[in-house]
Design a protein around this ligand. Structure first.
Ligand code: B12
Length: 234
């Protein structure tokens, strides 16, 4: 019998439990992640703290061993599924903040890229901050973004990419928006682990955001500026 079966998660201290959740995420143990998430919430943890300290930090560790060739795609897929199960519990709690309406965002992962955990997390946090979020999912060609922004008329377009091979596609989308004379009608935010501020500037985005919390603050900031600009014109 694996040791794992002998551990009663609820008997662990908060610190031990978070540590155990990192291990369980690493091992792709979905049920344990669900249980751990619920225990931390029942102990009065905020959904945001559970998300960042137990889940995102766990995935960071998975990322290191994936990079170093210790973990492989099938294992990381299990970790991702376990993480998503935890996020599924946190989502309604994170979005039910009653924050005043801020605006609308269309978000999607770019063509060729199927990573969606970070994008989903940004979407959740944006909803919690009062944004309506239209999620286009993964692997989006430029047409999907254009159709969605024409249909939804959002304030913000968000693009996510986790691969160095897919991140240049953001420029394709922004350049197409420029060609159509619609670039300046939208606030374009980009994110994903391999990006940085310089890249964001180079592709013509309004801002690069390193995580979901920064995305929320940046979005609010741009919306406030947009309102001030419109008020100035009136
Ligand atoms: C989980 C994972 C997978 C899972 C994805 C499951 C899923 N449903 O998403 C699976 C196993 C499927 C996978 C597949 C692959 N992966 Co992968 N994956 C990862 C891993 C370990 C974690 C990513 C993650 O979810 N992080 C957690 C979230 C919360 O963080 P995040 O995504 O960075 O998002 C935050 C910010 O970046 C930002 N953000 C993200 N998006 C956006 C968007 C906007 C608008 C804004 C404002 C902000 C923002 O806010 C988020 C929240 O705070 C990373 C390692 C890493 N360091 O990132 C590798 C990684 C990204 N993968 C990598 C690779 C190579 C691959 C594969 C090519 C492997 C293969 N040989 O097949 C395939 C590619 C498949 C494809 N075509 O997309 C490499 C990329 C290397 C590179 N430089 O390009 C990495 C870096 C691992 C590594 N070091 O080798 N992967």
């Amino acid at each position: 019998m694996a040791d794992e079966d002998d551990i009663i998660l609820n008997d662990l201290s908060d610190e031990e439990l978070v540590q155990q959740m990192h291990d369980d995420l690493y091992d792709g143990m979905k049920e344990e992640i669900i249980e751990g998430t619920n225990i931390l919430l029942a102990r009065g943890w905020t959904p945001y703290d559970v998300l960042t300290q137990a889940l995102v930090e766990g995935m960071r560790i998975v990322g290191i061993d994936f990079r170093d060739g210790i973990l492989f795609v099938p294992e990381v897929l299990l970790s991702a599924n376990a993480m998503k199960a935890g996020m599924f519990i946190l989502r309604p709690l994170l979005i039910a903040t009653g924050a005043p309406k801020q605006g609308k965002m269309v978000i999607g992962t770019v063509k060729g890229d199927i990573h969606d955990i970070g994008k989903n997390l940004v979407g959740m946090m944006m909803e919690g901050a009062g944004f309506d979020v239209i999620d286009l999912g993964i692997n989006n060609p430029v047409e999907n973004y254009l159709e969605a922004i024409e249909r939804e008329k959002p304030d913000i377009l968000g693009m996510s990419a986790l691969l160095t091979t897919t991140m240049p596609y953001m420029k394709v989308v922004i350049d197409t928006m420029k060609e159509k004379g619609m670039r300046d009608d939208y606030i374009v935010l980009v994110g994903g682990a391999p990006l940085n501020e310089e890249f964001g500037k180079a592709v013509g985005a309004d801002a690069y955001c390193r995580d979901a919390a920064v995305a929320v603050e940046t979005a609010k900031d741009f919306i406030a500026r947009k309102h001030n600009r419109l008020a100035g014109r009136a």
